[in-house]
Design a protein around this ligand. Sequence first.
Ligand code: AMP
Length: 394
Amino acid sequence: MNILVVNCGSSSLKFQLIDSDTEKANASGNCERIGLDGKITYKTNGKKTEIDVGLPNHAVAIKKVLDLLVDSNDGVIKSLDEINAVGHRMVHGGEKFSSSVVITDEIIKEIETCNDLAPLHNPANILGIRACQEVMPNVKHVAVFDTAFHQTMPPKAYLYALPKEYYEKYGVRRYGFHGTSHSFVSKRLAELAGIDYNNSKMIICHIGSGASISAIKDGKSIDTSMGMTPLEGLVMGTRSGDIDPAIIEYICQKEGISVSEMTLILNKNSGVLGLSGISNDFRDLVEAREQGNKDAKYALEVLVNRVIKYIGAYYMELGGADAIAFTAGGGENNSEIRKDIMDGLSAIGIKMNEEANKKRGEEVLLSTSDSKIQVWVVPTNEELAIARETLRFA
Ligand code: AMP
């Protein structure tokens, strides 16, 4: 079966057409600058094409994508009838959605009630759903939520110590994100480590420009570092992660800025970019550190220290750990950051295989045979995870 996976942002639409038999993407790409001028990057059979084309809205973007998929030269299918189902990445499902669902008008209304919790993402995701439904009314559209996997967290992990009416009235609680990645990677980690998924303790470190870590017990998320929004937790490319909440008022007063402006700073100008003043890309920081740049060194140290703290906390929360995985751009590729993190984990008996750690971007056992806990690199594949979920309903 062919599953089209769609991930819509406010001005972008990423897609992959995945063959469920081979689990390979036969075509993939990205529509950017929707509503501005428009550009499509389209990849198939190892060939990459960039097309400047007017993309006034998401509906036009998806039509152009479908035209490309059936194009007589660059297409990978003969007709749209060959698309069996569409999987949509949805950022926030609140407490309503603890698993994927087939999209109906009723479901869209329910998703819309979660829009306040992700005002930048959810409306864009819904735009994408509507645009796809319009051109493909006869196939099943499935919503796969970033938050769903973490709905198994117990109250002690998801409640904030705030007046309880904020939770009751406004849904202020930890939801967690990157759920499709944590689910996909933890399942694969269990296979690689030879442990029973339903009787296991795992810690998954998703270290990309957005970063989060999760504690998975018996195949269920019991805690995760991102919170009501994806701002909490680890130090990220441009996001601060955990800070003392009193800092917000303090800086607002000192700088004469609004809370909204400060929130933007916490999301866009903080993290390793803010700390280093150099880059939000971990590679640039490792390079700058090698050249003696102190700010890059400190930025990486803060990032690494935060990951170590969370692993320590989750180790205790889980009551031990059978296996740990590194995933996402930084976790899969950045040997230097991995080494710094693993050096900080010796207290729980983790030992690193330096030779294995030289590998980048592939499944590899990073720990030595006498390490108390297996540590693996497990490349994530959120699109494939969405396609697998969608297939369940196709
Ligand atoms: P993501 O958001 O998952 O795409 O991850 C982005 C981060 O992954 C960036 O900070 C990159 O520095 C890092 N990354 C991606 N590829 C590599 C690589 N080949 N070597 C080192 N770091 C990488």
